[in-house]
Design a protein around this ligand. Structure first.
Ligand SMILES: [Zn+2]
Length: 85
């Protein structure tokens, strides 16, 4: 009865894992990353998938939480199509 219930509500079971993952992501999100353009650690997350270098102003599209992902993200493709500002 309640056993069946807890089986369905797996959310709590995975809570810890997800929470640690989230804090990892948050750390990553807040920390600065290396700009591929000028090489300085000034790359900051602007929005989901958008990273901007505070030093040279280079704007790149990447992963939602990290500047680089394997392959191209959808955002990256969209940005490529729309061209730069
Ligand atoms: Zn830069």
């Amino acid at each position: 009865m309640s056993d069946n219930d807890s089986g369905k509500r797996y959310g709590a079971r995975y809570g810890k894992r997800i929470r640690s993952k989230v804090s990892e992501i948050e750390k990553d999100q807040k920390s600065k990353h290396e700009c591929p353009e000028c090489g300085s650690d000034s790359l900051k997350r602007q929005a989901k998938g958008i990273w901007k270098c505070e030093k040279c102003g280079n704007k790149i599209a990447g992963g939602a939480w990290r500047p680089k992902t394997k392959g191209k993200s959808m955002v990256e493709r969209v940005l490529e199509k729309s061209g730069e500002e």
